[in-house]
Structure formats: C-alpha cells, structure tokens
Design a protein around this ligand. Structure first.
Ligand SMILES: [Mn+2]
Length: 331
C-alpha cells in the first residue's frame, strides 16, 4: 500500500487535487479522495483545481464551488499536490499550482503515465478506474464507506468500465461494486447521469459523425473528423465508441478540431493494436490504455486525419510492433 502517500497527506496542511481530464472517473476519484482525506485527517484544507469548470453532468456529485478553475485558485502555499487519473505533464494552467507544491504525487491507473515531476506515485494499471484505487485508500485508512463516498466511487467505476463491459473489470472490481451498492446508493440514476443522458446537440452531432465516417484498411479502421464549426462547443466524449463497435473494425478514430491549431484525437481498439502506443507515436503527450487512448495533434484537421490514418494503417499491418506488455489490459 502507498505508505509514502499516506505520510505525505498526514504531514500536509493544504492539499491540491487535480486532473488533466474532467471525466467521470476523474471527478468521482477527486470527490471521493477529498472526502476521505477530510474524514481521516480533519483540519486538512483540500483545494480542487482544474483547467475547466465542472461539467453540469457531474454537479450532483460535488458542490459546484469545490472545483475551481485555474489560474483562479485560492492563494495558499500548497504542501502536497496530487494528480488523479492522468498524466501531470498534460495539466495546463493548473500545472503551475501543481508544480508550486512542496511535494507532488500521482494516483492513477493509466499504464502510460509519465513519472516526471512526481515525488510519490500510487499506480495500478490493472485497476479498472482510479476511483477503485481511491476505495482501496479508504479501506487502508479506515475511512468508513458512506453513501456520498460510494456515489462518487461508483460514478468513476461505471464511467471507466462503461458499466463493467470492458476487460479491466476484474472480480475485485465487482466485489468493490457490491460494497458500494450495499450503502444504498441510487446506482441506476448515477449510470443515467454520468453515461446515458445526453444533450440533443450531442445526439445530432453523433448523426453528423456517422454520416462523415470513413472505413479503410480492408474494413479494419473506421474514422471520422469533425470541424470546429460543426462541433460548436458540443461535448464529444464517448462518440468514438460508435466507430469501433462496427463489425470487422479493429481501430476507431475520432478527430475533433478544437480550434487554435489543435486537434483532439480519440482512439479505441478491439483488436491486437495497443492504441496507447499509437497515440504516443503521434504525439509525445499522447497515451492512455491499450484499448482506449488519445492525443492532441497539431492542425489543420486534414493533416491530423492524414497522420492518424497512415499510423493506424501501419499499426494494423504490423500489430506486433505496437503491442503493449499486457495485451489483455485496456479500458
Ligand atoms: Mn480513469
């Protein structure tokens, strides 16, 4: 167990929790860890900072004021900064607060996380979600599993496993899930809130994506590109899943023009290709899991599409070269 992390939290007065991507696992993990820390060590001040505001979908998990948007963070010297569910190198404005901390740590289940800028790492790439790792911390610290804690951890687990569909769902994951349900949480409502419920704009965007989808590499690659004008600020999380679950397709790739010369690439795999290696090959900060990964590429959109398709075709033709150490792992 992470004794160094426990000692660092016990010794800190002001603790910053942050993440590079505000998704269901990141929010669930942060909310749960903040609660666990203040329960176990009353008097600790926990600041939650991120590069974006908390999406309204997750508002039911946290006081909206809990998540503060960098650089507008409280002006307090940070003793310990922890990044959850992602790589510290991908922090943007909040990275300055992270680096200002006396001690820096990482709690993560991504296998491609880089350990630069990290003093203490609690990593478990076999874990289905960072939230599941936070539950282990709660147990280690003797923090009782109450309903608010269980709701936050459940949100993270169901988000990252897509309700226990993916390979990283292990017996331990389901045992942990059973304990969460035993607290009496409204598990179905949380699944609806974090995964199923979508804006009308996103459903319409899915239609556009499917219309623009291209299939290549003998039916093994599906990709689509969405320009900034079409996306118009609509959230695109999870759309890429529609591309990979097509019969015969092994890699799904969605490219979204974020403006200012940046293109967000989301990759999914269900064949032998480790897309975290593919993402890393396309951008030094790219990465993720064997079956779900991403990267930010340089624009214009057409150039990013071209680079992605070329790299994905190469990966499909030489899958051994891109296989990770644990081909069975992946989100
Ligand atoms: Mn995660």
């Amino acid at each position: 167990m992470p004794h160094a992390l426990t000692r660092a939290i016990a010794a800190a007065r002001v603790i910053l929790l942050t993440t590079p991507d505000i998704d269901g696992d990141a929010v669930g993990s942060i909310v749960a860890l903040a609660r666990a820390i203040t329960t176990r060590w009353p008097g600790r001040r926990v600041i939650v900072g991120a590069d974006e505001a908390l999406p309204t979908r997750y508002a039911f998990l946290a006081d909206p004021d809990l998540f503060q948007v960098a650089p507008d963070l409280p002006d307090a010297p940070i003793d310990l900064a922890l990044v959850l569910d992602g790589d510290p190198s991908r922090l943007q404005a909040v990275g300055e607060a992270y680096r200002s901390a006396r001690l820096r740590g990482l709690v993560d289940h991504h296998k491609s996380s880089v350990h630069a800028d990290v003093d203490i790492a609690f990593l478990d790439p076999r874990c289905s979600s960072t939230a599941e790792m936070v539950l282990r911390l709660c147990d280690h610290w003797g923090v009782p599993l109450d309903r608010p804690l269980a709701e936050a951890i459940w949100a993270g687990m169901v988000f990252d496993t897509s309700v226990f569909r993916y390979r990283l769902t292990r017996p331990a994951t389901l045992r942990a899930a059973a304990r969460l349900l035993e607290t009496g949480i409204d598990h179905a409502r949380i699944v609806e809130q974090v995964l199923l419920s979508q804006s009308a704009a996103k459903v319409a965007l899915r239609g556009v994506m499917i219309n623009r989808m291209r299939i290549g590499a003998d039916g093994r690659l599906a990709w689509a590109a969405l320009d900034a004008e079409t996306v118009a600020g609509t959230e695109t999380g999870g759309l890429v899943d529609d591309l990979v679950f097509i019969e015969g397709v092994e890699i799904g790739a969605l490219l979204v023009d974020k403006g200012e010369g940046r293109v967000k690439l989301s990759l999914r795999s269900r064949g032998g290709v480790d897309v975290s290696v593919l993402a890393r090959g396309l951008s030094p900060k790219g990465g993720g899991h064997a079956r779900a990964a991403g990267a930010t590429l340089a624009g214009p959109l057409e150039a990013a599409v071209q680079a992605t398709v070329v790299a994905a075709r190469a990966a499909l033709h030489a899958p051994d070269a891109l296989k990770g150490d644990t081909p069975d792992a992946g989100a």
